[in-house]
Design a protein around this ligand. Sequence first.
Ligand SMILES: [Zn+2]
Ligand SMILES: [Zn+2]
Length: 225
Amino acid sequence: MYKYDLHVHTKEGSACARNTGAEMAEMYAREGYSGFFVTDHFYTGNTAVPRDLPWEEWVGRFCEGYRSAKKRGDELGLDVFFGWEFGLGGGTEFLTLGLDEAWLLANPDVCRMDPVTYSTKVHEAGGYLIHAHPYLEASYVPCIRLFPRLVDAVEVLNAPKGDFINARASEYALAYDLTQTAGSDSHNDHPHKLAAVSVPRRPASAAEFIAMLRGREHSPVLVQG
Ligand SMILES: [Zn+2]
Ligand SMILES: [Zn+2]
């Protein structure tokens, strides 16, 4: 089985992250992962990239964490894939996998899309949506919002979140028959807790990885914690 992390932040893309994409790649290699998706906080979330930049430039800078991780990951034999964590406001976040920089450049209105439009556009392009920690409780989360018809999967194991938050997410996924995923939500290269999605084969692309999720060939696993 091969371990992948579907929820990883880098300093280049996320204001709250401490390490570069390259350093994150080194940590995941040390921890025995086969790869990961870089999912930095997007424009409407805690992005590290100044929002007053022209869109093309903003997107270019936003992808730097991925590029840094990918370059070092290639050297270390890790599969590094691109994604982002799309903030809908109020702490609702969708991990968005399977799309690329070109899609972002072609969709400069992405930050103004309502959840239905965002889900429709992402799916039309072959993307995949995971509701990250849907039961998160925090000062910036005024209410818990669920979108069972808009997402493909639910993050039922977010390593640093408590058992209570993860258990509610599992119940939600089961109730709506949504795919269950895991992630570490790592913001530095010495996280206390790590989770992974384990898959039976090494995928040649993000699309192949997503196909395994769609086929439910994977399992969410707690790696350390
Ligand atoms: Zn963060
Ligand atoms: Zn996150």
